[in-house]
Design a binder for this molecule. Structure first.
Ligand SMILES: [Fe+2]
Length: 364
């Protein structure tokens, strides 16, 4: 039960991006993307951004990360943020950031508009960087009713650890009726089994890091990640695990009845669900329904893993609920932006928008 099995074959979920004469996804490509999102909860659009566009994205992310006054995200492994294992920060609503976000929204307009009305708020525009020694997040669902996007602005290798998804575990009306009416219970069991393995993976890794010069532990880091009383849902914190203080995974999830069900349904879990790890090439954009089971894995390479991220609500959202799951930059809170605003904002200017050869413009 201790080995986390992850497939790196994402070909089933990929759709090559084809743009029309207006620079939007062609109608056929948008339809394919929507079918994929509805069936599996995610779509991986390859070649959506050109090389000059990814350079713009990478530059604006680097500028933010280099800024000592940057606004770090208030969720998703604060301890990793504190010890510079991760650097998750929201991006300010500057003209360049807005243009980059607008380019993505306009290119994906037909997909976004299928789920989100024009008045729906942009919840977050952010950059997610993970370094060697970060922890593997537990498998979780983000707050429901949101469409989230990750854009790869440089190649992400398997070792760097692109996002892990459990395809087909998104929620919708009647989704619990799948698998003989046991879908919700089986998905939760699968999540528990994965998180048990992630818990051990993180603990073993931290133990090895005590003697690892490449990812040497900072003073106090081991204690903060394993025995701290501080809130952090993605560390293998034994204290909070035993006290049941971690809502993602704790001893409470491993009662005798659950252990028996994990044993009894082990074959069904193996056949129904699998973990798929993305390793997107530069220019690839991943869209997923926020309630799809997923996790940001640990970076096992010396090269930082960077993603641009953006989330747009599908419905009205209560503010506390929003801020519990997303970290809007103060400039975004001061000047709320909707999907419609981004669809009408100037995209990146022409020299950056020259499509690469894969992005064949379709006439008519
Ligand atoms: Fe998440």
């Amino acid at each position: 039960m201790t080995e986390l099995k992850v497939s790196s074959d994402t070909s089933v979920f990929e759709v090559p991006a084809v743009l029309d004469e207006n620079g939007k996804l062609s109608p056929q490509c948008a339809r394919q993307a929507l079918t994929m999102m509805d069936a599996h909860g995610l779509v991986i659009l390859t070649g959506l951004l050109s090389d000059p566009e990814t350079r713009v994205g990478l530059d604006l992310m680097r500028q933010t990360i280099d800024d000592p006054e940057r606004s770090q995200c208030a969720f998703a492994s604060e301890t990793d943020n504190r010890y510079l294992r991760r650097d998750f920060c929201s991006l300010p609503s500057t003209p360049l950031v807005t243009s980059f976000a607008a380019t993505l929204c306009q290119r994906l307009e037909d997909v976004f508009l299928e789920y989100c009305g024009r008045s729906r708020p942009v919840l977050e525009v952010a950059t997610f960087t993970s370094y060697l020694g970060s922890s593997h997040q537990y498998i979780h669902r983000d707050p429901s009713g949101v469409i989230s996007l990750f854009a790869a602005v440089e190649d992400v290798s398997e070792q760097q650890g692109g996002t892990v998804f459990v395809p087909g575990t998104h929620l919708y009306g009647g989704s619990g009726n799948r698998h003989g009416g046991q879908a919700d219970a089986l998905m939760e069991l699968f999540r528990t089994r994965c998180n048990y393995r992630i818990f051990w993976h993180n603990l073993k890794k931290l133990w090895r890091m005590r003697r690892n010069e490449a990812a040497a532990l900072a003073p106090g880091e081991f204690m903060d990640r394993v025995f701290s009383t501080k809130w952090d849902q993605h560390q293998p914190n034994l204290l909070r695990f035993v006290l049941g203080k971690n809502s993602q995974f704790s001893l409470r999830k491993l009662g005798p009845r659950t252990l028996w069900k994990l044993y009894r349904h082990r074959d069904a879990l193996d056949s129904l669900f699998n973990l798929v790890q993305t390793a997107p090439r530069k220019g690839t954009v991943i869209l997923y329904r926020s309630d799809l089971l997923h996790a940001g894995p640990d970076n096992r390479s010396p090269d930082p893993r960077r993603f641009f991220g953006m989330s747009i609500a599908r419905d009205v959202l209560e503010t506390k609920f929003w801020h519990d799951g997303y970290s809007p930059h103060p400039t975004l809170m001061a000047h709320p932006t909707s999907l419609g605003d981004l669809l009408e904002s100037p995209p990146l200017c022409a020299p950056h928008s020259v499509p690469n050869p894969q992005q064949t413009a379709l006439a008519g």
